[in-house]
Design a protein around this ligand. Structure first.
Ligand SMILES: [Fe+2]
Length: 332
C-alpha cells in the first residue's frame, strides 16, 4: 500500500470524507488533514504534502486563493481541484493558476486515476530538478577548478619573479577596465581575466638571474626572455580552458605592424583580447619599476601608446586606455 500525505481543502467534511474514501479505495495508506479556512491552510502548509485536493467553492475564501497559498510554499506538489458544478472558465482559470487537474464530484471515478498520474509526473519533475541541481553543482565545481588552476599557475610564475607578481595582477586590472570601457563583456571578459593573470607564465622557464638582472640585458639574454609567450602558450595549451587562453598569451607581445614577437603577426591575425592585453602590459610595465631601469612614469607610458596608436597598438584600445586614465583610473 502506497503511503500518501494528503491535504484536503474543503469546507464540507462530508465531501472531504468522500474524497479520502476514494483515495483509500484506490490503495493509498493516508496521512491526512482537512483544512476549511485560510488560517487552517496556512497552518497545514508548515509541513510538506504529497498531494493537495482543493474544493473550488469555499465560503469565505476561494479555491484559487487556497491554490496561491499552496504554490507560495510548494511549487511542485500536485494540486487537484474538485467541484460540484463548475463552468469551463473556472476550470481553465484553476489550471492556469497551477492546478494539475479539475474533477467534478459527480465524476469521481476520474479522481484516483488523476491522482495516480499527477503523483507520477510530480516524481518525474522532482527527479529532473535534482538532475538540474547536480548538473549545476558540477558546472560550479568545474568553474572553481578552472579558477584554481589559473591562480595556482599565476602563483607559480610570481614565486620565480617578484616583478611578475604585481605586474600580472595590475595588467589584468587595466585590461579588464579597458574591456569594460570598450563594451567587451561576457565570455571575452573571462578570457581577458584568465590570459591577463597568466600572460607572463612562460617566464618561469627564463633563468631567475636574467629576470632579476639589474642593468641592460645582452641580446642573448633578451632572446631568452622573448621566448616566454611561446613557453606560456605551450604550458597553457595542455589545459582545456573554456576560452582560448593559450592563444591570447601567445599573442600578447605581437604588434599591429608585424614587428612584435614571437609570430611577427600583423593586425588581422591578432585577437582583440591580445591587443587589449598588449596595451595594458606596456602601460603597466613602463609606469612601474623594473630591475634593469627605474619607472618611466605614467605620462611616458601613455605617450608611447598614443605615439604608436594604430601603428603598433590598436587605436580603439589605445583610446579606451587613455580615456580611463583621463577619467582618473589608477592601479589599486
Ligand atoms: Fe610578457
Amino acid at each position: 500500500m502506497a503511503h500518501l500525505n494528503a491535504l484536503v481543502v474543503d469546507d464540507s467534511s462530508d465531501d472531504a470524507v468522500l474524497l479520502l474514501r476514494e483515495l483509500r479505495r484506490g490503495g493509498y495508506d493516508l496521512d491526512t488533514r482537512v483544512a476549511a479556512t485560510r488560517d487552517d491552510v496556512r497552518d497545514a502548509l508548515s509541513r510538506t504534502w504529497d498531494l493537495v485536493v482543493i474544493d473550488h467553492n469555499l465560503p469565505g475564501f476561494s479555491g484559487l486563493e487556497a491554490l496561491a497559498l499552496v504554490r507560495g510554499s510548494d511549487a511542485e506538489v500536485p494540486v487537484v481541484f474538485v467541484s460540484g458544478t463548475v463552468g469551463e472558465e473556472a476550470a481553465v482559470a484553476a489550471m492556469k493558476a497551477g492546478a494539475q487537474d479539475f474533477i467534478l464530484k459527480d465524476n469521481l471515478a476520474r479522481f484516483v486515476p488523476a491522482v495516480e498520474r499527477e503523483l507520477r509526473e510530480a516524481a518525474v519533475r522532482r527527479q529532473a530538478l535534482r538532475a538540474d541541481d547536480t548538473l549545476q553543482s558540477t558546472i560550479d565545481l568545474l568553474e572553481r577548478t578552472v579558477q584554481g588552476a589559473i591562480q595556482t599557475l599565476a602563483f607559480l610564475a610570481e614565486t620565480r619573479d617578484p616583478y611578475t607578481a604585481g605586474h600580472q595582477r595590475r595588467v589584468t586590472e587595466l585590461a579588464e577596465a579597458i574591456a569594460g570601457a570598450m563594451g567587451v563583456n561576457g565570455e571575452r571578459r573571462h578570457l581577458i581575466h584568465a590570459a591577463g593573470t597568466l600572460h607572463d607564465l612562460g617566464k618561469t622557464a627564463v633563468p631567475t638571474e636574467i629576470l632579476t638582472k639589474p642593468g641592460r640585458l645582452t641580446t642573448a639574454e633578451f632572446d631568452l626572455i622573448r621566448v616566454h609567450p611561446r613557453t606560456g602558450y605551450e604550458i597553457l595549451a595542455g589545459i582545456e580552458f573554456p576560452w582560448p587562453v593559450a592563444d591570447v598569451v601567445l599573442q600578447h607581445h605581437e604588434r599591429l605592424d608585424g614587428s612584435g614577437y614571437p609570430g611577427g603577426l600583423a593586425a588581422p591575425g591578432i585577437k582583440l583580447e591580445a591587443r587589449i592585453l598588449a596595451v595594458a602590459d606596456v602601460v603597466e610595465a613602463m609606469s612601474s619599476h623594473r630591475p634593469y631601469r627605474p619607472a618611466l612614469g605614467l605620462d611616458q607610458a601613455l605617450g608611447e601608446i598614443e605615439t604608436n596608436r594604430g601603428l603598433l597598438y590598436d587605436a580603439d584600445v589605445t583610446d579606451a586606455c587613455c580615456g580611463l586614465f583621463a577619467d582618473g583610473f589608477s592601479f589599486s
